[in-house]
Design a protein around this ligand. Structure first.
Ligand code: SAM
Length: 237
């Protein structure tokens, strides 16, 4: 069991090691479905706030969410942050190779956000909050960073609802995924951490409650693939 104090450094080192294989493993583990799910997140967010001027993507990783947001809302200025340099390098290369405009990166800790209050129309996060030490603080900070009518859109692992489906999924997630990590990223530890991180992660209803407690007036979630993945959309009215 990783001690709380060491978790941040542990997670940072882990992502540094797997950065070069991160996109490949995401494609393999999800049978290339993760971008479809990320598309759904952005579409739902834009339904709540169709013309965001300024967006923030925290724990941006290789910038998938920013790229999708840019596709649907090319005029939105997107600020992406991550505390892992290696992940940001991959992200920057993706942006440079396709010449995307309006996407910029900063090395920053999602637990120490240094932006002005009420400055963003949209904050997105994909598979990021689960890795933070103080998730509650991060969501409160996100609330403060959003303007009135601002939207918080989060996609992450969920807990499957159906018992049989849960058993099948856990078998895949806990037994097959570490094997894929060993084979393709030469890192069993990172892809053992991933399923383990689900055990202490909020159930969909609990996460919704936490978001509402952080100040948001409206929040709903959508299960994908029987709850393996969950999208939470919240609005600061
Ligand atoms: C699982 S990846 C998700 C990447 C991307 N958002 C996606 O949806 O594919 C988690 C990312 O969060 C970053 N991260 C973890 N803890 C962080 C922190 N405290 N501050 C900023 N980024 C962090 C990692 O470096 C990694 O790039």
């Amino acid at each position: 069991m990783i001690q709380e104090q060491k978790k941040s450094a542990y997670v940072n080192e882990m992502f540094s090691k797997i950065a070069g294989k991160y996109d490949l493993l995401n494609n393999l583990m999800t049978f290339s479905n993760h971008n479809k799910w990320k598309n759904s997140l952005i579409k739902l967010a834009l339904q709540e706030n169709p013309n965001p001027e300024l967006a923030l993507d925290i724990c941006t990783g290789t910038a998938d969410l920013a790229i999708i947001l840019n596709k649907y809302s090319p005029h939105t200025k997107i600020q992406c942050i991550d505390n892992c340099n290696e992940m940001l390098k991959i992200a920057q290369n993706k942006i440079d190779s396709k010449k995307y405009k309006n996407i910029i990166f900063n090395l920053m800790d999602s637990e120490r956000l240094t932006f002005d209050e009420a400055s963003f129309d949209l904050v997105t996060v994909g598979f990021g909050i689960r890795n933070l030490v103080n998730k509650e603080k991060c969501i409160k900070d996100v609330f403060n960073l959003l303007k009135k009518n601002g939207v918080f859109a989060c996609i992450d692992l969920g807990h499957p609802v159906n018992h049989l489906w849960q058993k099948l999924y856990y078998c895949y997630f806990f037994k097959v995924v570490p094997g894929l990590g060993t084979m393709f990223a030469r890192n069993k530890e990172a892809y053992t951490y991933l399923p383990n991180s689900l055990q202490t992660w909020y159930k969909q209803e609990e996460f919704k409650e936490l978001i509402l407690k952080s100040g948001f007036n409206k929040c709903y979630f959508k299960n994908i693939f029987g709850g393996i993945i969950a999208i939470h959309i919240a609005v600061k009215l």
